[in-house]
Design a protein around this ligand. Structure first.
Ligand SMILES: *Cc1c(COP(=O)(O)O)cnc(C)c1O
Length: 455
């Protein structure tokens, strides 16, 4: 009996896998944007009697499939979404059959894969040996985990009890880049701290913090900087900031959601000098590394502090069983780190470097072609991000974005950066080819010509 029920799951699994393969085989030639005209067919009300598995998957495939945005394909240049590497995607499928909770007692295999993946990341990013961490749902949660750790550590150093939380706590200062990512600010508030009181540090024309504009730091200060500005990909001056932080006993946190991976390439080498001076770092797997959603990594050079802030204990848990739930917010959680393990193992050190270097090469070419078409790209190409605008005609940028999205040839979004309106192109999909870039550039050229003709 039990076996025949599991046979049903096995059949559903094979069926879904072949539908997924079919999806991937046609997505490359499809309209990039979603067709959402049939979404209502996904069901207005829950049926009284359940449907058989095949009918469920049929509906999902036929109606739902069209409603997806083709982020898996190489002509998607919006945000920094990334695709999914074959090994990581395959691992996701296998993991869904295993259905493990990442913990020693419930999933020793996946726990080991996560541990190995963390050590590979520390090695690849050249972080201090003592660094360790945890997988989270994304960079937002990784930032929050580390901000809570930083908050508790700075407060305990001043004699405040961790167990008291923020009740009766002495004030903490937060110094942050004026262009720190919006999710970091949300994380600050989720950690019970104030964004109203942030001491903002101005940035240069590349979006990098000006180290000379840093206020005087002390042991009650949390400094928030980034490696990978969302509009330019630029890295903050880590060495100068790190030295000031270390001298003052401040906590230095680096949000490197998509950009930290660029350290593995061969184009930004000097920019990462001083990265090792930070206390904590965040990097995403689901963006630049191209693992499936969702997966982020919280890394800390004081794992014992992370543990002190995140650890849980209960009468039914062995006291010695310290697992990922003692370093991350979630208790029960999927073994998302196993997908990162598969991605890294399939790429190897060289493969990671080649992928990020390719993203950079495409971005450099896109910027050049855009400049040739009369656009201004007001920053250097640090990594995979290109912000472009039309001098004297910024309003036209939004129309170009709409036109290209409607053409189905490519997808990217509008953006405002340093008070200028334009659009933003991110190269982060492992499949993006020269041909995809050709089609992107042609689509932009065509949109601009069309708008100018009709005006
Ligand atoms: C995307 C992003 C985040 C948030 O990451 P999620 O994984 O989406 O939670 C934080 N910082 C930067 C710089 C980002 O690009």
């Amino acid at each position: 009996m039990e076996n025949s029920l599991l046979e049903l799951q096995a059949e559903a699994f094979s069926d879904a896998a072949s539908r997924g393969a079919r999806y991937l085989r046609q997505i490359g030639s499809r309209h990039v944007d979603a067709n959402i005209s049939r979404l209502a067919e996904l069901g207005p009300s829950l049926p009284e009697q359940g449907l058989d598995v095949k009918s469920v998957l049929d509906l999902m495939e036929t109606v739902g499939g069209e409603g997806t945005v083709a982020t898996a394909a190489g002509r998607y240049f919006g945000y920094v979404i990334g695709g999914a590497l074959p090994a990581a995607s395959g691992a996701r499928a296998l993991l869904s059959a295993w259905d493990q909770v990442a913990d020693q007692l419930t999933g020793p295999t996946v726990l080991e894969m996560e541990k190995v993946a963390l050590s590979w990341i520390v090695d690849l990013l050249e972080l201090p040996q003592e660094t360790s961490g945890a997988f989270t749902t994304g960079a937002t949660m990784a930032n929050m985990t580390l901000l809570v750790t930083a908050r508790d550590t700075l407060l305990t150093r001043q004699g405040h009890s961790r167990g008291a939380g923020l009740v009766g706590a002495p004030p903490l200062r937060i110094v942050a880049s004026r262009e720190i990512h919006a999710t970091v600010l949300k994380s600050v508030r989720m950690a019970g701290l104030s964004t109203d009181g942030i001491e903002w540090v101005d940035v240069d024309g590349e979006g990098r913090m000006l180290a000379s504009k840093m206020p005087k730091l002390d042991g009650s200060t949390l400094v928030l900087c980034q490696s990978g500005n969302v509009c330019t990909g630029a890295v903050d001056p880590l060495k100068d900031i790190g030295e000031s932080c270390n001298a003052a006993g401040a906590w230095m946190h680096v949000d490197g959601a998509f950009g930290l991976w660029s350290r593995t390439g061969n184009f930004l080498t000097r920019a990462f000098d001083g990265l090792e001076l930070a206390d904590s770092w965040v990097v995403d797997s689901h963006k630049t590394l191209n693992t499936p959603y969702d997966s982020g990594v919280a890394l800390c050079r004081h794992p014992e502090e992370m543990q002190a802030s995140m650890a849980i204990g209960a009468g039914y848990l062995p006291a010695t069983n310290q697992g990922p739930s003692d370093r991350a917010p979630e208790f029960s959680r999927s073994a998302r780190g196993a997908e990162t393990w598969a991605a890294l193992l399939s790429l190897g050190r060289q493969g990671v470097a080649d992928m990020v270097t390719r993203f950079h090469r495409h971005a450099v070419r896109i910027a050049r072609e855009l400049r040739d078409l009369g656009f201004e790209v007001p920053h250097e190409i640090h990594f995979n991000q290109v912000f472009a605008t039309l001098p004297g005609n910024e309003e036209m940028c939004e129309r170009i974005v709409t036109h290209v999205q409607a053409s189905g040839e490519a997808w990217f979004g509008q953006a405002t950066w340093q008070r200028r309106k334009g659009f933003r192109i991110s190269v982060s999909n492992w499949t993006t080819s020269d041909d995809d870039v050709d089609r992107l550039v042609l689509a932009i050229k065509g949109a601009k010509a069309h708008i100018m003709k009709t005006d």
